[in-house]
Write a protein that binds this ligand. Structure first.
Ligand SMILES: [Zn+2]
Length: 421
């Protein structure tokens, strides 16, 4: 795994490319602090040194903590930077994206308050963007990237699906296969994992749709075991209850969707198994909730026509999410699974989450829980000493009104102001 701690030294090594070196020290005063662990300080200060939080305290620390820069928050909210634990980033030609569009898109994330983004599947150009950001050559959120490793070979007699697979989802009846999918030779899977590690990806992404007597769970076990040899966690897409339970038989590190096919409210045994597995799960609820264009046309995910055969998921996803929450799921995290602009994506996901969750719980999902779903929750996601100084300053109180999350004034990443409205 790439540890951000070592990335902090990259600016020294790549000084020629450096445009912005993190401020050595920073004090934010006069702030209403939401620490992400459930505590609120009505008027307090955050002290940052070398990109790391030194203290979070009530009162004005600016007199005692000498700092090169002081920001008076004027009573605004200071909270952890947002984390999207399931995105897709690159659109169109990847080289064109990297050369002409990446910088502006990364700035959109910072302007929306995102300081960390997990790209679940993107071409290798995402790794170059990750490197540019880590070295200071480009401003952007901390990026983590996964690449897909298949669990079964395609059926030789079936044409591959085109376009967004969620629209023609083989997880959903009547699309589910009634015969076993062909297996992939073990050596090919091992080689695919080695290749992903050599390229420098952070995660192995898998999509599980089981077939009767098929090889999916065994292949997933092999990928998880091979990934561990490289220190690469496996993140798994499962969208039905059946496939989520099958994934648990192999034990991936995160589940990147809430199951939205199958009713968990009627299946307490399944709920117990999912909760007891203690695997982080990302929300991605808004994918199946229509949003609308200027001509009142219902849209699916990234502005495609809405597939009405999936409409049950618009309700079933939030219902299953709340059932898991009531049963005590340990880490339920914000994730969008979109390529949509970050602010619109945030608005869509918040709309879906608000059906069943309070603003207070949503704030925790967007910060601490999403950080845990990247498997780097020890490094960022809350405001506490020793964590990376990833913060936003915003107008309003998101603990009572989630629309305050749209009012980011300042974004700070590793102690550096990377966006100022
Ligand atoms: Zn995805």
């Amino acid at each position: 795994m790439k540890k951000y701690g070592s990335e902090r030294w990259l600016p020294v090594l790549c000084a020629i490319f450096v445009t912005n070196v993190a401020a050595q020290s920073l004090v934010i005063t006069n702030a209403r602090i939401i620490d992400g662990n459930g505590q609120v300080i009505d008027r307090g200060s955050v002290v940052v040194r070398d990109g790391v939080i030194e203290s979070v305290t009530p009162g004005d620390a600016s007199a005692t903590a000498a700092a090169e820069r002081t920001i008076d928050a004027n009573g605004r909210t200071v909270m952890p930077g947002f984390v999207d634990a399931h995105r897709h980033i690159i659109t169109g030609n990847p080289d064109d994206w990297l050369t002409n569009r990446a910088a502006a898109q990364m700035q959109e994330f910072l302007a929306a308050g995102f300081t960390t983004v997990l790209s679940a599947i993107d071409p290798p150009q995402i790794l170059q963007a990750r490197q540019r950001i880590a070295s200071g050559a480009m401003k952007g959120p901390r990026l983590f990237a996964g690449t897909i490793i298949p669990l079964a070979a395609p059926f030789p007699d079936t044409a591959p699906t085109r376009g967004d697979p969620a629209r023609t989802d083989p997880s959903r009846p009547p699309g589910r296969s009634t015969r076993p999918a062909p297996a992939i030779p073990r050596e090919a899977t091992i080689k695919a994992v080695d290749n992903a590690a050599n390229l420098g990806y952070d995660y192995l992404k898998t999509v599980i749709v089981t077939t009767p007597g098929g090889p999916e769970v065994d292949t997933l076990k092999l990928i998880i075991a091979e990934g561990r040899k490289h220190g690469m966690p496996t993140i798994t897409h499962a969208v039905s209850v059946i496939d989520t339970l099958a994934a648990l038989d192999a034990g991936p590190d995160t589940l990147v969707h809430t199951p939205h096919i199958g009713n968990l409210a009627d299946d307490p045994a399944a709920v117990r198994r999912i909760v007891e597995a203690r695997i982080p799960m990302t929300s991605t609820l808004a994918v199946f909730v229509p949003h609308f264009d200027d001509n009142n046309q219902p849209l699916f995910r990234d502005a495609q026509p809405f597939p009405w055969n999936t409409i049950s998921s618009a309700g079933q996803g939030p219902v299953n999410a709340r059932v898991l929450w009531q049963a005590g799921i340990e880490t339920y995290a914000y994730g969008t699974d979109t390529q949509w602009p970050p602010k619109q994506s945030l608005a869509d996901e918040l709309r879906a989450l608000q059906v069943v969750f309070s603003p207070r719980d949503i704030v925790q999902m967007l910060t601490r829980n999403a950080a845990k779903a990247t498997l780097h929750g020890d490094q960022f996601g809350t405001l506490e000493p020793g964590k990376s100084a990833d913060m936003v300053i915003l107008e309003g109180d998101p603990l009572t009104d989630v629309t305050a999350l749209f009012n980011v004034v300042t974004t700070i990443k590793q102690g550096e102001v990377v966006f100022q409205r």
